[in-house]
Design a protein around this ligand. Structure first.
Ligand SMILES: Nc1ncnc2c1ncn2[C@@H]1O[C@H](COP(=O)(O)OP(=O)(O)OP(=O)(O)O)[C@@H](O)[C@H]1O
Length: 370
């Protein structure tokens, strides 16, 4: 799959942009704060319907304007899709696929899968559990639309349950009403946990292999999904759902006291181990970068396996952060897929000199093709 063309109007610092992309490699060179990450953000939005930087869509509108537009032509095999996103200061975000408007961004099936790798991704290791859950949700949603749908439903029920816990109603009335929410949370939450668990199992195996190669077998990487719903000894969905429901009931007094729901996948995490030691506490910066690189390249493989096609790889200024060996390894994976790379300097052009590529220069939201 690849992006053939991208068009932006009043998107962040781009007033107007219309560029055709190379089906192999695209390198965008620009100084700091010229619009490199913004461009990757617009592509990411076309793939997933949302930004990786903010939940507030309106932030993407140029400071001096009221509307922003992104249009992308996507090719998946013989199929071409035209994705359009319009964000208006005073209206709901609108998404169209081949001119047909969607009811909700969760319905978006763009045909475009992306894997993004940026220096910010170190927070996947050192950041809080929410960073790792976001990674899980965005990654699984790209290959399993039903998962995206379930996460939306789960968050809605969770919000309602938390509101009820905080309400001024009598304890008996609350307990009565909680039943309905608990059944729904256990049902949808179970599906989320199982999807995440399967995904992490796959990801861990693939990432381990890549990491072994990257570290010349010196480091063993292992990822484990940690749920606060005690599911480990449970193999089937029905029993997990029952266990989940009974845990919700058991913790109801605590939930009432703090006014929020403690049990469920909204509190889960991923444990990242290097040679059986928790990477969060002990991995050096360089080790963290290598772990993230292994995880991202494993994600590429999962998408390839699931969709039968390689995703588009978005690399935001990561080359300068990696040593020569890792850069070489990363470059080897470029052969199969469209890559969009940003950099603050042109040194990497020498390193990538033999590959089929287009080079663009970005200055203050203006892009010039070399
Ligand atoms: N809504 C907006 N309207 C106008 N400009 C914006 C908006 N949002 C962000 N910007 C500006 O866009 C500029 C470019 O940001 P971007 O993050 O793409 O830079 P970059 O080229 O990736 O830089 P760096 O190399 O420092 O990461 C910044 O100066 C930022 O203030």
């Amino acid at each position: 799959m690849n992006i053939e063309n991208i068009r932006l109007i009043n998107f962040r610092n781009y007033k107007s942009l219309d560029i055709d992309l190379n089906r192999n490699m695209n390198i965008f060179i620009g100084k700091n704060a010229q619009g490199k990450t913004n461009l990757l953000e617009s592509i990411y939005m076309c793939a997933t319907g949302r930004s990786f930087r903010t939940n507030r869509d309106k932030e993407i509108i140029n400071f001096n304007k009221n509307q922003a537009y992104i249009g992308a032509k996507i090719r998946t095999g013989n199929l071409q899709k035209f994705i359009e996103i319009k964000v208006d200061k005073n209206k709901q975000k609108r998404i169209r696929v081949n001119k047909v408007e969607l009811n909700n961004f969760r319905e978006l099936n763009s045909g475009l899968n992306v894997v993004m790798f940026s220096p910010d991704d170190l927070k996947l290791i050192k950041g809080g559990p929410i960073e790792r859950r976001n990674f899980l949700d965005m990654s699984i949603s790209q290959i399993k639309p039903i998962y995206k749908h379930n996460v939306g439903r789960y968050n809605k029920v969770l919000y309602q349950r938390n509101n009820l816990l905080k309400s001024k109603k009598s304890r008996d009335e609350i307990l009565n009403l909680l039943d309905i929410f608990d059944v729904q949370l256990a049902k949808i939450g179970t599906q989320i946990i199982l999807y995440r668990q399967q995904f992490i199992e796959k990801l861990s195996k693939l990432a381990e292999k890549i990491h072994n190669k990257l570290t010349l077998d010196k480091e063993d990487l292992n990822l484990e999904y940690i749920s606060n719903v005690d599911y480990k000894s449970i193999k089937d969905k029905i029993n997990l759902e029952k266990r989940y429901l009974s845990q919700l009931k058991k913790t109801v007094n605590r939930d009432l006291a703090i006014g929020t729901t403690e049990i469920g996948p909204h509190r889960d995490d991923i444990l990242v181990n290097i040679n059986n030691i928790d990477a969060r506490s002990f991995a050096s910066q360089g080790q963290q970068r290598t772990i993230v690189l292994s995880i991202k390249l494993a994600e590429v493989e999962i998408i390839k396996e699931d969709r039968g096609l390689y995703p588009v790889l978005l690399l935001d200024d990561v080359f300068s952060e990696l040593d020569e060996e890792r850069r070489k390894y990363l470059t080897m994976s470029f052969n199969n897929m469209q890559t969009i790379i940003t950099s603050t300097d042109s040194l990497l052009l020498e390193e990538l000199s033999l590959l089929d590529k287009s080079i663009f220069y970005i200055e203050n939201g203006n892009v010039i093709k070399q």
